[in-house]
Design a protein around this ligand. Structure first.
Ligand code: NAD
Length: 274
């Protein structure tokens, strides 16, 4: 029997990058995964590559009601939910003195408000079964893993909006851990350093995320790309698969007593970005 056999997981932003690697890894170890992404084609491609039967939910999670629809996708298909990975995100970098209200708000929306709305929508499906299990004297662990960044825990020049949202996510994580520990719902965060995805790729013209027809530029200045990955004692950035390993650990039964923590998956990097 595989370690996550019969578990149902949802992974936001799993059409590419770290989310994609996480969805594949969870499925490889037996979980059914709801693949969510803004990008329909990417989500369909990942769902078709899973080792188990999966489901697709394509949609922009920052739109009202969409987080609820995502949770409902898992419930409609499998009638339950065991694992939530709040991973979807992007960046709108800029220095504070030039940052617009909109750029700040959008980072709060995707990195903080969306995880809040997802866990709130999932609450009945996580808490009610746990109450019944408690009545029967059973313990069944469920998992929430929130993807944060060392920009959130240590700061990141040019990322006040992103860092503030990711720091807020740590507060949400620790509070939920206190509220839902009694239901054996483990709530933890993973703080990544440099991971090789399009967020840390070159700032080429075609390195963009398309949101409602708008092209938002992604990537990191070349000078930082040359220097920051080398700050880690391991001497390079992580692959998406290595990053997914940290998330998977917290979704596994071996992490049942790890609760309310922020796990640094940074190759040992102990300073912030930029
Ligand atoms: N790459 C890094 O170095 C790094 C470091 C620290 C934290 N992170 C975090 O890891 C997470 C994954 O990032 P990644 O590097 O894999 O980037 P990525 O761009 O490869 O993947 C992110 C995915 O999220 C999706 N997404 C974005 N907004 C969405 C929305 N509103 N609704 C649904 N899907 C949406 C995108 O379409 C994309 O497929 C993000 O939360 C990011 O902030 C990344």
């Amino acid at each position: 029997m595989k370690v996550l056999e019969d578990k149902v997981a949802l992974v936001t932003g799993s059409g590419r990058g770290i989310g994609r690697a996480t969805a594949l890894l969870l499925a490889e170890h037996g979980a059914h995964v709801v693949v969510n992404d803004l990008d329909h084609d990417a989500a369909n491609e990942v769902a078709g590559s899973l080792a188990t039967e999966g489901a697709v939910h394509a949609g922009d999670l920052t739109k009202p009601g969409v987080p609820d629809e995502l949770v409902q996708t898992a419930i409609d298909r499998w009638g339950k939910l065991d694992i939530i990975v709040n991973n979807a995100g992007y960046t709108i970098d800029g220095v504070v003195h030039k940052m617009t209200d909109e750029a700040f708000q959008r980072m709060l929306d995707i990195h903080l408000i969306v995880p809040f709305r997802i866990v709130r929508a999932a609450a009945p499906y996580l808490r009610e079964p746990a109450k019944a299990e408690r009545e029967r004297g059973e313990e069944v662990f469920r998992k929430i893993v929130n993807v944060t960044s060392i920009a959130g825990t240590m700061g990141g020049a040019g990322q006040a909006n992103y860092a503030a949202a990711k720091a807020g996510l740590v507060g949400l994580t620790k509070t939920l851990a206190k509220e839902w520990g009694q239901f054996k719902i483990n709530v933890n965060a993973v703080a990544f350093g440099w991971v090789n995805t399009r967020l840390t790729a070159s700032q080429d013209e075609d390195n963009v995320i398309e949101i409602d027809g708008e092209r938002v530029r992604l990537g990191v200045p070349e000078q930082l790309r040359q220097t920051v990955p080398g700050l880690a004692p391991l001497g390079r950035g992580a692959t998406p698969e290595e990053a997914a390993g940290g998330i998977f650990l917290l979704c596994s039964p071996w992490a049942n007593f790890i609760h309310g923590q922020v796990l640094n998956v940074t190759g040992g990097q102990a300073v912030g970005m930029g």
